[in-house]
Structures are given as structure tokens and as C-alpha cells.
Design a protein around this ligand. Structure first.
Ligand code: PGA
Length: 266
């Protein structure tokens, strides 16, 4: 398969950084990233809501995309505690991640709610990073692909071909994420990504082939290259191992250098 012309890197800082720490992190990272060929990467950092405004100010002239970890589907109204896509845009947000397995598991987010959020974000021209995930039980029972395709198709119901340029898919096995998680085997990741790729082609035809599919879950400097070199992996979503700006930078640099050296590693 032809490679996409960018490598996709994302980090979601979850609820793990206070505002000051997050600001320092974003400042260091955006400084380091200037030395990378920025036209060859799409990089987004997703701080908590409380740090979005100052991070947005900091990233005004940067290639780093300010991302949000969630959004509500309504435009405005009596929805205590929620934040709309328009409100995020005011802060300079360019991307929202939807459907992270922690949101599905801890906050009971359903495919139907995620679908509404997808539409709200797309209506505001935000990039949608749609996260899909299989559970340990799915994996043990060889149902991972069924689960992933169900989540994917439900979340993308009603999305038009004309909107697919704004879509990114993030595959994160629930059992691979976070403390105690273990990254999935590269061949297994590739198999799941292939299934997702085919479903995207089924939904959107040729346009579906251009939708980036990114892997996340215990990615580190040790496994990043093996995972990224898989044919259907277009980028990496990194949590803990990206929260040190220098470490994240060196992973990105390694992937880009590897790409260059291997000319075409896929
Ligand atoms: P991790 O987190 O890299 O710390 O496993 C991944 C994620 O949840 O995006």
C-alpha cells in the first residue's frame, strides 16, 4: 500500500499534568519540533481543559495542533459541566479525540454518543481523532476485529465522503494502555489496522484509503519503530512515554530518520 505523505503523532496528557507542568511541556516540545521537517508530520498535544487556553496562546504560530480530550455534541444550552466544539475553537483547538477507552469504560460513553460528538466536531472543522479499542475478552475470543469495526461504523454513521479529510482513526487495545499495559504485537496491530482500513474503504471508497490509522498503547522508544514499520500503521499515539518532551522528540526523530534511511520502509 502507498504510504501517506505524513507521519501522525499524538499525545493525550489525560488528567496527569497541572497547568504549569503542561505549559512547560508544550513549550519545550514545540521548541524541539521546530528542528523536525514539520511538513512531514502531524503532531497534536491534548492537554486537559484547564490548560487549553494558555497552551493555545503558546502554540499560536506553531505547527503543533492543540487538541482536546473530549467535546459535547450540543452547541450551547443547559448542559452543566459540558464544553462545546465552538467553545474549544475559541481557544485555538484544532483536533478532538473521541471515544478513548477510558471514556468508554469509566464514563459509560456509548457509540451513539460518540457519533453525535463526531458530527459536532466535524461541523466545526475540527480534526476528529476517533479512538477504537478492543477488550481483553475480545482479544482472547478472537473478536477484536468485530468489536473494532462495530465501534468504527457506529461512530461514523452519517459521515460524508467530503468530510473524511478530517478523520483520523486511533486503534488502542484497552489491555495495552497505561500502567501495567503491554504493547500489542506488531503483526497483530497490522492485522487489526488492515481490518479497519478495509472497513473505511467499504464506507468511503477511495477516500477511505487516505484516512490515517494510528496505533496507541504502551508505545515506547523500544517498540515504536517495529510498530510503525507495519504496512497499515500511519502513526503513533503515545501516552506516558511522550510526557517527557525530549523523549517524545527522540521517538519522532527516530521514526522520521528511519523513514528517510529506509527510503520506503513499508
Ligand atoms: P500509554 O497511553 O502510551 O501510556 O499506554 C496511551 C493512551 O491512552 O493514549
Amino acid at each position: 500500500m502507498d504510504r501517506l505523505d505524513k507521519v501522525y503523532f499524538y499525545t493525550n496528557t489525560k488528567m496527569c499534568m497541572d497547568m504549569q507542568t503542561c505549559l512547560q511541556y508544550v513549550e519545550t516540545l514545540s521548541g524541539l519540533v521546530k528542528t523536525l521537517p514539520t511538513e512531514k508530520i502531524e503532531l497534536s498535544v491534548m492537554p486537559p481543559y484547564t490548560a487549553l487556553y494558555p497552551c493555545g496562546q503558546l502554540l499560536k504560530d506553531s505547527s503543533v495542533i492543540l487538541g482536546a480530550q473530549n467535546v459535547f455534541w450540543e452547541e450551547q444550552g443547559q448542559f452543566t459541566g459540558e464544553i462545546s466544539a465552538g467553545m474549544l475553537q475559541e481557544l485555538g483547538v484544532g483536533l478532538v479525540m473521541l471515544g478513548h477507552s477510558e471514556r468508554r469504560r469509566l464514563f459509560g460513553e456509548t457509540d451513539e454518543q460518540i457519533n453525535r460528538k463526531v458530527h459536532a466536531a466535524l461541523a466545526h472543522d475540527l480534526i476528529v481523532l476517533l479512538s477504537i479499542s478492543d477488550q481483553t475478552e475480545d482479544w482472547k475470543n478472537h473478536l477484536s476485529e468485530v468489536t473494532l469495526i462495530r465501534q468504527l461504523k457506529n461512530a461514523l454513521q452519517g459521515v460524508e465522503r467530503s468530510q473524511t479529510d478530517s478523520l483520523r482513526i486511533l486503534y488502542e487495545p484497552a489491555w495495552a494502555i497505561g500502567e501495567g499495559g503491554k504493547a500489542a504485537d506488531p503483526a497483530y496491530i497490522n492485522q487489526c489496522h488492515y481490518a479497519v482500513h478495509m472497513a473505511l474503504v467499504e464506507l468511503f471508497g477511495e477516500k477511505g484509503k487516505k484516512i490515517p490509522i494510528i496505533y496507541g498503547g504502551s508505545v515506547s522508544a523500544d517498540n515504536a519503530m517495529d510498530i510503525y514499520s507495519m504496512e497499515y500503521v500511519d502513526g503513533l499515539g503515545i501516552g506516558r512515554n511522550a510526557w517527557n518532551a525530549h523523549r517524545f522528540y527522540s521517538i519522532m526523530n527516530m521514526i522520521l530518520e528511519g523513514d528517510k534511511n529506509a527510503e520506503n520502509i513499508k
